[in-house]
Write a protein that binds this ligand. Structure first.
Ligand SMILES: [Zn+2]
Length: 137
């Protein structure tokens, strides 16, 4: 039997997974848009701000925190480790992308962001299935 407390905790995790989906989605959009903006607008101030690495550094911290509070929890509590593995590989690729430049940076960003996105999507679906809570869908 589930208590109201674990139900509430579970709902929080689902919400955090949703937030993480938006964050990793934002990274994917940024990685796709950055080269396009660069090609269209050249090397203006706006372009420099948009394409530089600080966007990833800025996204990296909350993404890491959300991985800790969602997919890491699922792996510990339910031994459901697939999202954690995907998220770990995704974050490593994102981290590695900070040290490279040019098209490879975008490719790695899109790949890493997508893996984190899939990880949270799988985790969210798993948690929902665990509790059969229709109010969350
Ligand atoms: Zn990005």
């Amino acid at each position: 039997m589930e208590t109201a407390f674990t139900d509430c905790l579970h709902m929080q995790t689902v919400k955090q997974d949703t937030a993480a989906l938006w964050l990793s989605g934002l990274c994917i959009v940024h990685c796709i848009a950055a080269p396009v903006v660069f090609l269209l607008a050249g090397t203006g101030l706006l372009t420099t701000a948009f394409t530089s690495e600080w966007v990833h550094v800025l996204l990296f911290v909350p993404m890491l925190v959300l991985i800790g509070s969602t997919v890491f929890k699922s792996a510990k509590r339910y031994q459901y480790r697939t999202p954690l593995k995907l998220a770990a590989i995704g974050m490593l690729i994102l981290l590695a992308s900070l040290s490279v430049h040019g098209p490879i940076e975008s490719v790695m960003g899109i790949l890493g962001g997508s893996l984190v996105f899939i990880a949270h999507w799988k985790n969210r679906r798993f948690l929902k299935a665990q509790f059969h809570d229709s109010a969350l869908s």
